[in-house]
Design a protein around this ligand. Structure first.
Ligand code: BG6
Length: 466
């Protein structure tokens, strides 16, 4: 007998400000498909997903949700929902097939121009992520994010996108979740490029991700923002971290966990320009330092704080017994979920964590403009997705509470995700869409789930009116 206890947090009735930015998010590799069409070159996710044993169901993004072909239909779904914003990412190897300017692919550039135009025609603002994990394979062969040369390649590619799409795009995100790129790509190896060198590489890669972000931010602010008038930021991800017990060790461990996940990138970009002290102390020289000039340039290098948030973890102090040096050993915690929380195994539902995290961002990083750039929950794909409806309702309400009661400057909220898609190493076993995609058939038909109807109502009422 399994007893399901649905926790409900104290609900607050009220509305969001009039211009609140309601949106949904997707990414290129997870949705586009057409991996070898229209001149697209291979990315590290093509390589990784086709390496045996990397994806639980042995699948890949070759066709994915077919959005390269069905983008007009996707825009109609956005219209049905009533969202004013659509966050998608550009596949770097679709616009530059081997990542460099010499491999410019007109057909790929045209695809994104058409998508942006279609959005505009339907009164939907594009929010464009430049890097959502699908590095051109050719650049990986040249060292990828480990090599300092990546910074210039990223600047050249971004410059091209600002030039081509900038007249229409007013909101840019440089990099999605640098934490995941550095840690899962180079620490655990569970994501592309699948490297497992947890003591040094995540730190080296993290540094290049920050430098690349800062250079592209400066480029946009100096050369494009004055004439194009848009904003540019980054999307960081963080769980909320609760101490498992009230002991001083566990409270310090929870704080350390925030610093090692969010602070690693937020402190350079939104804080004092440098890594959190606790990371510098614990990782020592394996955390490559910033020069004074870099610290100055890092500081304040974002117009807004994009935050992707999904779940909360209980954290206890736990010196790692791992042999050898590693980021996890530097961090020294054990994380778990409270067994009373509802929800799927790795994304437990604890809505209060959303408000706590937003408050923490406000108090730690000087009250920045915040957008929740991703929030959602995975399940097995049912149309009557009560868990997701319950999740979204309570998480959105916590955003409202942060805004109304704690005066966090939240300007927008984006559900992950518009449609079911290729869920990285989980393949198609886990679904996040508020629209179902029929992966059994080539046509990849879309059907609204209960959560799509629910979200449309929230947008229509601009929250939860009394
Ligand atoms: C984020 C990513 O980590 O969360 C998305 O930006 C991803 O691309 C989503 O699909 C769901 O994550 P997870 O960890 O459940 O696979």
């Amino acid at each position: 007998l399994v007893l399901c206890v649905q926790r409900t947090s104290a609900f607050y009735y009220g509305q969001f400000p009039d211009n609140f930015a309601w949106g949904v998010s997707t990414s290129a590799y997870q949705t586009e498909g057409s991996w070898n069409e229209g001149g697209r070159g291979p990315s590290i996710w093509d390589t990784f997903s086709k390496s045996p044993g990397k994806i639980v169901d042995g699948s890949n993004g070759d066709q994915a949700s077919d959005s390269y072909k069905k983008y007009r239909e996707d825009v109609q779904l956005l219209k049905q929902l009533g969202v004013k914003y659509y966050r998608f990412s550009i596949s770097w190897s679709r616009v530059l097939s081997n990542g460099t300017l010499a491999s410019r692919n007109e057909e790929g550039i045209q695809f994104y121009k058409s998508l942006v135009q279609e959005l505009k025609n339907n009164n939907i603002e594009p929010v464009v992520t430049l890097y959502h994990w699908d590095l051109p394979q050719k650049l990986q062969d040249m060292g990828g994010w480990e090599s300092d040369s990546i910074v210039n390649f990223f600047v050249e590619y971004s410059n091209l996108m600002f030039k081509e799409l900038g007249p229409q795009v007013k909101m840019w995100i440089t990099i999605n979740e640098p934490y995941d790129v550095a840690w899962y790509g180079y620490g655990t190896g569970s994501q592309a490029p699948g490297i497992k060198e947890p003591g040094t590489k995540p730190y080296a890669v993290g540094r290049n991700l920050i430098l690349a972000h800062v250079r592209v931010y400066k480029l946009y602010k100096e050369s494009y923002a004055p004439s194009q008038g848009g904003k540019i930021g980054i999307a960081l991800n963080s769980d909320w971290k609760l101490p498992k017990t009230n002991s001083q060790e566990d409270r310090q461990a929870a704080d350390r966990a925030k610093q090692f996940m969010l602070g690693w990138f937020a402190s350079p970009i939104f804080g004092n320009g440098d890594y959190p002290e606790v990371m510098k102390t614990r990782a020592g020289s394996r955390l490559p330092s910033f020069s004074l000039q870099e610290i100055i340039d890092n500081r304040g290098s974002s117009d807004f704080f994009g935050i992707n948030h999904y779940t909360t973890k209980l954290v206890e102090n736990s010196p790692s017994m791992d042999a050898g040096e590693s980021y996890s050993k530097d961090l020294g915690v054990k994380e778990s979920f409270d067994p009373t929380w509802d929800g799927p195994s790795e994304k437990k539902i604890y809505p209060e964590g959303m408000r706590e995290l937003l408050k923490y961002i406000k108090s730690t990083y000087g009250n920045p403009v915040v957008y929740v750039t991703e929030n959602g929950v995975g399940d097995c794909g049912t149309i009557v997705d009560e868990t997701r409806v319950n999740y979204l309702k309570n998480y959105i309400d916590q955003v409202l509470q942060a805004l109304k009661l704690d005066h966090v400057d939240v300007r927008g909220y984006f559900v992950w995700s518009l449609i079911d898609n290729f869920e990285w190493s989980a393949g198609y076993t886990k679904k996040y869409g508020i629209y179902k995609v029929d992966f059994e058939r080539g046509g990849r038909d879309r059907t609204p789930k209960a959560s799509a109807n629910f979200y449309r109502d929230v947008i229509t009422h601009n929250g939860f009116p009394t």
